[in-house]
Design a protein around this ligand. Structure first.
Ligand SMILES: [Mg+2]
Length: 405
């Protein structure tokens, strides 16, 4: 079996409402590029990557010269063929490699008639638990609904998500409003849902001093961990004496950084991302290192549609040391591009697909509809806030949004 062709299609899928974060916002939609790797025996494997739109499509298509004729079973060779670590100094293709790895695993599974998790050691669990991923939100521009700004709105929104999907772990994305205001919101959440567990993540927006103060303000709450309160391993290391586990998805995102964190620990929990790390298989390797050195493992969400979600489910199925619920933005989407529409949460978890390969297929009608929406609307600047024209943040930030506006 050989790769015969590689295709890319960018789609825009609406969100319920714009999601705010420390660098700006998701402006009411996700822009994702779907990758299809076709083989000479007629199989099509699926991949997905993030928000570059036309540039992502062009980057994927440019891989055709590297990939056509390659045997999709030869996954280790793939890494060196398109993303070896020294050539990558000049052409960072890690995220492209990830999308191609997903598609090759999908093809292999289809060829053998087995789900991807059976290629990765076999599943240890039949469903993967997820955290509610809570954001401060602007109201939906069409309906005027969905704003999350006040503690009361945050609690109401969480109650709705918990009722709909069964979440018992809650992660609040902060870094938008002043840290003391967000600490009060986080406390309101913890007090509204006794028995549940909580995480807070301001995307590294706080100074070390602010991060220490925030930690002290919330240290009595049932924190699973505080994630990327401040920037960098040297910043996060300065929070370790405060007694709350520290997590990152920003500064331990490759094996060099993982080794550095083992030699001089800065974080307790590493959020693995099937895109950032270059595929599902590198995440499994990284989880093995974490198991050896007794670091915690969680799963990061970079804003997925159903194809990437499937990669997270197969990853979650096979990791013995996944003791934390995974993150997903998925429940903020209004639809998906896969056959059957959005996968459903049940008691805060999503069943691991059991069909051949990734176990999800593209719905041609939905892909066409959302590709058209991308052509109509184009991309959006992830690092800008539609509510604050001209604004951009500093790191550490001091240009907070006003929670009373
Ligand atoms: Mg994070």
């Amino acid at each position: 079996m050989k790769i015969a062709d590689i295709r890319a299609t960018t789609v825009t899928v609406p969100l319920e409402a714009p999601l705010l974060h420390s660098n700006g916002a998701h402006w009411g939609r996700f822009v994702r590029t779907l990758v299809e790797v076709e083989t000479d025996n007629g199989l099509v494997g699926l991949g997905e990557l993030g928000g570059g739109g036309e540039s992502a499509e062009a980057a994927v298509r440019a891989l055709a010269d590297y990939l056509v004729g390659h045997d999709p079973f030869r996954l280790e060779a793939l890494r060196f063929a398109i993303a070896n670590p020294t050539a990558s100094l000049y052409n960072n293709r890690t995220q492209l490699l990830a999308a191609v790895e997903f598609a090759c695993l999908d093809v292999i599974g289809q060829q053998l008639g087995v789900p991807v998790h059976d290629l990765l050691g076999g599943r240890l669990r039949d469903e993967v638990p997820f955290a509610s991923y809570l954001f401060f939100r602007y109201a939906n521009a069409s309906t005027g609904e969905g704003e999350v700004r006040t503690p009361e709105q945050l609690v109401d929104h969480t109650r709705e998500l918990k009722a709909a999907h069964g979440f018992t772990v809650h992660k609040l994305k902060g870094g938008v409003y002043p840290p003391d205001y967000e600490a009060a919101c986080y406390r309101a959440l913890a007090e509204a849902f006794p028995g549940d567990r909580f995480r807070f993540d301001p995307n590294a927006a706080l100074s070390v001093a602010q991060a220490r103060r925030f930690t002290q303000l919330v240290a009595d709450l049932p924190n699973e961990y505080l994630e990327d309160l401040t920037w960098g391993m040297n910043g996060l290391r300065q929070l370790r004496d405060l007694g709350v586990p520290i997590a990152t998805n920003t500064v331990v995102v490759n094996f060099e950084q993982l080794a550095a964190n083992v030699r001089d620990p800065a974080v307790d929990v590493v959020l693995l991302d099937t895109t950032f790390w270059g595929g599902i298989r590198p995440c499994i390797k990284a989880a093995g290192v974490c198991e050896t050195f007794q670091l915690g493992v969680a799963v990061h969400s970079s804003g997925e549609l159903g194809v990437q979600l499937a990669t997270m489910l197969h990853l979650g199925a096979v990791l013995p040391n996944l003791t934390y619920a995974a993150d997903a933005h998925y429940h903020h989407l209004v639809d998906d591009v896969i056959v059957g529409g959005k996968l459903a949460y049940r008691d805060g978890a999503i069943p691991v697909p059991t069909g051949p390969g990734l176990g999800v297929r593209l719905d041609a009608e939905r892909v066409a509809r959302y590709a058209e929406l991308y052509r109509e609307q184009g991309g959006y600047p992830y690092d800008r806030d539609p509510g604050r024209p001209g604004w951009y943040p500093l790191v550490p930030n001091e240009r907070w949004a006003d929670p009373h506006v």
